[in-house]
Structures are given as C-alpha cells and as structure tokens.
Design a protein around this ligand. Structure first.
Ligand code: SF4
Ligand code: SF4
Length: 284
C-alpha cells in the first residue's frame, strides 16, 4: 500500500506527520520526495547504505547529419531547442538549453535524419538506508537544478512493494507533487484552518480529484484559525481523518529535530488509528 502525505502549502506539518506515521507502524518504507528541500532525514538520522547519481538523457546533435529542418524544435514541449537559419556558408545551427530539457527523448525519436544521440546529464542523487526497522530513501536535487520530476521518478524506483510505503510529497500542486503522488492508494492532505490553508487545500483537492486518488484531510493546529475549512470539508464530503491541536511541545520537538511520536509517545496510538481509517477507506 502506498500512502502519500501532501499539502497545498509548505509549513503545515506534512513532514512531521509523514515521519511520525512511519515510526508508528510496522514494516514501513518512507520516501522523502521533496527533492528540492528534503528534511525528513533530519528527524530520523538514517544510516545511508546506497547512493546513486540521478541522470536524465539529453540530446547531442550531429550537425553533419542535421538538415536544420526544425522538427526537433517543434516537438520539444519545453522550448529547449532553437534552430537558427544558416549564414556565412553554414547551413544553420541549433541552440540547446540544457536546463530546460526534461529528457523526454521526443526530439531523438522524431528526428528524420537520426542526427540526435543522447548523453546523460546529472541532476542530483538518490540515497537509501535504514533507521532501525524502517527503510528510508530520499532524493537531493543539485543546487540550481530545476528537474525535480525525473529525480522523483528515479527515487520512486526504490519502492518496496512488500512494505507500507509512505511518500512525503513536496508542498504545492505542481509537477513534482503530481509525480510524487501518482500511483498512491491514498493521500493525506495536511492543512491548517486558516484562509491561506483553505485556499491551498482547495487547489490540492482539485488535483487529487483529477488524478482519481482517494484522500482525506489531517488538520494541524486544528484549534487555531476559523471554521471555514471544516465547513468546506462538510460541503465537499471530505473526511477529516485526524486533528492535531496546537501544542508548544510539538513546536519545541520540531525545533530540536525530534519526531512528534518520539517527543510525545501518546501520539503513536493516534497514528495507528489514522492508519486503520486509511485502510477502511481504501477497502470501501
Ligand atoms: S529534427 Fe534532426 S535534422 Fe531536423 S533540425 Fe532537428 S536535429 Fe536537425
Ligand atoms: S529530450 Fe525532450 S525536452 Fe529535451 S530537448 Fe528533446 S524534446 Fe526537448
């Protein structure tokens, strides 16, 4: 079973929830897919046993074979190629903007002259290890690199189907989030009852409904803010699976890099109950 933990906005307590849920259950693998800013390891101090480079295939153009027909530029959905007209005896030239290239392979596949081959370009690393019985892996995007989705896909190759997999997704609703949560059996949306929290929750709900992934909401700092998130969930028939009240001890544990269930073991049972609710929802 794959459970994604996502949130429309950062700072809602998504990683706190993902880490504590992972520590409360047996036979779990936790993947931190927030590859631009992974931080679950700061709470877990895993022993990393494996490290692999993440690469994407980018085009290499043989200008001897190329007729500068422009087909590769037309098929590139990411504007990573420009074909310039010839001048001073040259038939033309091609500009390649490698930071825009998603490594989709369309240009190589559709070049009528077979003038395109590929080389690997590094975008980051995947590290995998353990924390006691817990399996853990995360991806780290290289500084200045923008290609989070291919790194998330490479990280997800680590998924161990024999375990309950918990995915800590990046915040927001953009491509890296969609790549992280696709294939999940259930998604927990972590939100807080504030106007900003509600706005971003609505966007996240739209994404999940489009993807057809069952989901429920966890309200963090549930006793602060207003009633509008509750009202919205009632109107939209969305289950609030768990409420975590504001508690200075949670903030203090976070600031010391302690998982919630380590600092407050009484929460372990609440996370076990949350897991049971997820299983009930999936079985329905
Ligand atoms: S599609 Fe092939 S032949 Fe046409 S411009 Fe691109 S590389 Fe050159
Ligand atoms: S591999 Fe895909 S994204 Fe990269 S240049 Fe070719 S068509 Fe564009």
């Amino acid at each position: 079973m794959i459970i994604a933990v996502a949130s429309g906005k950062g700072g809602t307590g998504k990683t706190t929830l993902a880490v504590s849920l992972a520590l409360s259950l047996p036979n779990v693998q936790l993947l931190d897919c927030d590859v631009e800013e992974p931080n679950a390891h700061l709470f877990l101090n895993p022993l990393f046993a494996e490290k692999s480079e993440a690469v994407i295939p980018v085009p290499v153009i043989d200008e001897e074979k190329c007729t500068f027909c422009g087909r590769c530029k037309e098929v590139c959905a990411f504007n990573a190629l420009a074909v310039l007209p010839g001048a001073e005896g040259k038939k033309g030239s091609i500009l390649f903007f490698e930071n825009l290239c998603h490594g989709c392979g369309a240009c190589r596949f559709l070049c009528p002259q077979q003038a395109i081959t590929e080389r690997d370009r590094r975008i980051g690393v995947v590290e995998a290890g353990t924390v006691g019985e817990l399996k853990f892996a995360h991806g780290r995007l290289d500084i200045g690199e923008a290609m989070a989705p291919p790194l998330v896909r490479q990280l997800k190759k680590q998924i161990d189907q024999e375990r309950t997999v918990i995915i800590d997704a990046p915040p927001g609703t953009s491509c890296p989030v969609v790549t992280s949560i696709t294939e999940a059996d259930f998604c927990l949306l972590v939100s807080e009852p504030t106007p900003f929290g509600l706005n971003d929750l609505i966007l996240a709900v739209e994404v999940l409904r489009k993807l057809g992934i069952p989901f429920g909401v966890v309200l963090n700092r549930a006793d602060l803010g207003d009633e509008k998130t509750d009202e919205y969930c009632r109107q939209e028939d969305i289950t609030i699976m768990m409420r975590i009240p504001f508690d200075k001890r949670i903030a203090a544990a976070y600031s010391r890099g302690l998982p919630l269930v380590t600092a407050m073991p009484e929460y372990r049972q609440k996370f076990e109950e949350l897991f049971q609710k997820i299983k009930d929802k999936i079985s329905k």
